[in-house]
Design a binder for this molecule. Sequence first.
Ligand SMILES: Cc1ncc(COP(=O)(O)O)c(C=O)c1O
Length: 436
Amino acid sequence: MSKTLQLYQRARRRIPGGTQLLSKRPEIFAPEQWPAYYSRAKGVEVWDVDGNKYVDMSLCGIGASVLGFADPDVDAAVKAAIDNGSMCTLNSPEEVELADLLCEIHPWAEMARYARGGGEAMALAVRIARAHTRRDKVAFCGYHGWHDWYLAANLARGDMLDGHLLPGLEPAGVPRGLTGSAIPFRYNHLDELRAIVAENKDELAAIVMEPVRDHDPEPGFLESVRETADEIGAVLVFDEVTAAFRMNTGGIHLRYGVNPDIAVFAKAISNGYPMAAIIGVGRVMQAAQTSFISSTYWTERIGPTAALATIKKFQQHNVAQHLVEAGKRIQTGWKLAAERVGLAVHVGGLPPLSHLAFDYENGQAIATLFTQLMLERGFLASIAFYASYAHQDEHIESYLDATSDVFTVLAEAVRAGAIEDKLNGPIAHAGFRRLT
Ligand SMILES: Cc1ncc(COP(=O)(O)O)c(C=O)c1O
């Protein structure tokens, strides 16, 4: 048995759920086949614990490693921070420099606080909004992490979050007293937001959403959300955890000319080192002083150092343009390869966060077989492609050649009704579920 499988079996006995992040479970990709553990990662190359080497054309650190794994510039800055003491009784000056830089890039913002993870930072934003407005309820759209304020939506009805990226999220352990405190609306459905507002007008602390995720806003949608927040005195929070620093340097909202009161960054902001920033207008951010929001490791030096180095590299090298071009080539490549062999696929997403769906009843089995066959050809590949600055022409070309081969096999297997027969393991899981 491979070291990876042995290790993962041990993990499942010792670690409830096997991993710390749902999206790193091998079951999400290809159960019993996906190389769950790495020994080394550099650029877009990954070595698993069995010594196999892959090119990562999948999630690149689940969207965190936007410059590539072990980026030399970010790592040099981090190593210097370690040599000078990454933790101290005093504060790290980098957090002030980073606050200035983030407010320069987002001129509407005046102040910043920090955390180290996306979901945690979103919880902080919601706390600040509630403290500022002295209200409890939150209208939201999209996925925002694991915290109580968000999962509370599924207390009212178990499927309230199903249309918001991750289906099947269980709110077990979330106090039932929070029922009705988080109310979802769908992206581009202003009518749904208006209905929530009509019922909860004086109780809404915040409207929380990603400015963009899969598709562009309808004309006027973001502007109307902004107006609605202003009308009822709610804080508009843009979750930029995944969308920022991909299409442009900074929050994706900068492309649409609609400013929130608070914007939250994590993931790509620091190229894989734990860091998250909550920036906002002064009058709202000051409410952070009226609530107890404080944590020891929010003061360490590596996070802000990595963020400064990452953002500066973004600015200097026009990283976003590289990510957009790489994503466009992958989307076009998927479409052409599918058309050539008559495979029905759906291709979508912002180019740097591209995704692919096989339009068949057994689409999940086809996706699993795609991953299996790509692993055999030396690629970490799935139904999503997150672009990295380390993706070079040669990676994209060899990936698209392999994809073309694999799509031929998939199309033949679809026609022969033989997809499941070709799988060397179970079908990948879709969404959240308990591991038995
Ligand atoms: C939009 C959005 N918000 C919040 C989160 C949660 O971030 P984290 O996994 O760092 O807690 C994610 C993670 O995928 C996300 O995509």
